[in-house]
Write a protein that binds this ligand. Structure first.
Ligand SMILES: [Zn+2]
Length: 324
């Protein structure tokens, strides 16, 4: 089967992305052929794959190298964030690599991709509570409420994003952006409170102020390109292989995560004397077990949705085969 990238007119309307006119892989490739396409320059998944697979490899090595012997529970939330980062980049690379196997598998791949992003956000919520909450305000020591609401928000992301592949398709990018934005804002609320309403416990931020500021800028850019479909909206067909909004979203998400991973350990160490005197401390139950429970839920709910829409996917696959 040819591995050459196809024009938008030659593939089913289900595969077409807005303003991307060429570089589509045909559906029905074997796993080996999918891997081979990642070493060609005529399809629009190559950059998507490498922009998340390379960070996954680097961060996995980095985690192994720096934290494999850690016994100190102070780093548990950081490791949760790290595991979330590995999950979202791995599942994203997997989805972009193998989504050309079949229409059914394509949906499955992206269900896993959405679950990975939600788990990353859950890791961020856990880390943000234990490391970045204002310490001198009693109202912000609400451990179970904050983590519980965060878990509910991230667990709601998966059904919304998965179903947006089948329903309300016209608004799918806006729906997904809004769904991801809720846990994202929740995980950043505490540090924004520290920025805007200093309570004396925020001085650690100033030691790495530029990195914190860069994270805010890259986060805004990430949401902006994802929702606006810029730059391809301005010049359809010019960013089919490289430079499209999805690829920029990968680059900005990698930048945000790398900056977080780099500065979080220093922030923890700078702030640890203050965190030590607090009664609320990370435990296995509120970090690793909570992330494990969310993983269980997300895999479960995305599998249930897959079974629920399976009949519809078969009809869709039939129509697509006729269309091609
Ligand atoms: Zn992607």
């Amino acid at each position: 089967m040819s591995l050459r990238g196809l024009s938008a007119n030659s593939v089913s309307h289900w595969l077409r992305e807005p303003y991307i006119l060429s570089g589509y892989r045909r559906i029905g490739l074997s796993p080996v052929s999918c891997v081979k396409t990642m070493f060609r320059s005529d399809n629009n998944e190559v950059v998507n794959f490498w922009t998340h697979f390379v960070p996954f490899m680097v961060w996995a090595y980095w985690l192994w190298d720096s934290y494999r012997d850690i016994t100190d529970t102070r780093y548990l939330p950081l490791v949760c964030y790290w595991v979330g980062s590995l999950l979202y980049t791995f599942l994203s690379s997997f989805a972009h690599l193998f989504n050309a196997i079949s229409y059914k598998f394509r949906h499955f791949c992206f269900f896993m991709d959405y679950s990975g992003i939600a788990l990353y956000e859950m890791g961020g919520i856990i880390a943000s509570f234990y490391y970045y909450r204002p310490l001198n305000r009693p109202t912000f020591q609400f451990e179970y409420t904050y983590l519980g609401l965060g878990a509910l928000l991230t667990m709601s992301v998966v059904p919304i994003t998965c179903l947006s592949r089948f329903y309300w398709r016209r608004y799918r990018f806006i729906i997904r952006s809004l769904a991801y934005m809720q846990p994202f804002l929740w995980s950043n609320t505490l540090i924004y409170v520290l920025y805007l309403f200093p309570d004396g416990s925020e001085t650690f931020i100033y030691k790495q102020l530029y990195s914190h500021f860069a994270i805010v800028v890259f986060s805004i850019l990430l949401v902006f390109v994802f929702a606006s479909k810029l730059p391809e909206r301005l010049s359809p067909g010019s960013f089919d292989i490289i430079g499209g909004s999805h690829q920029w979203a990968h680059v900005f998400s990698t930048a945000v995560t790398t900056l977080h991973l780099r500065l979080m350990k220093t922030d923890i160490d700078n702030r640890w004397p203050e965190l030590m005197i607090q009664s609320v401390k990370p435990t296995f139950l509120t970090t690793a077990w909570l992330l494990g429970f969310c993983t269980f839920w997300m895999v479960g709910i995305s599998s249930c949705i897959f079974v629920y829409v399976y009949k519809g996917i078969l009809v869709e696959e039939d129509n697509n085969n006729k269309e091609e």
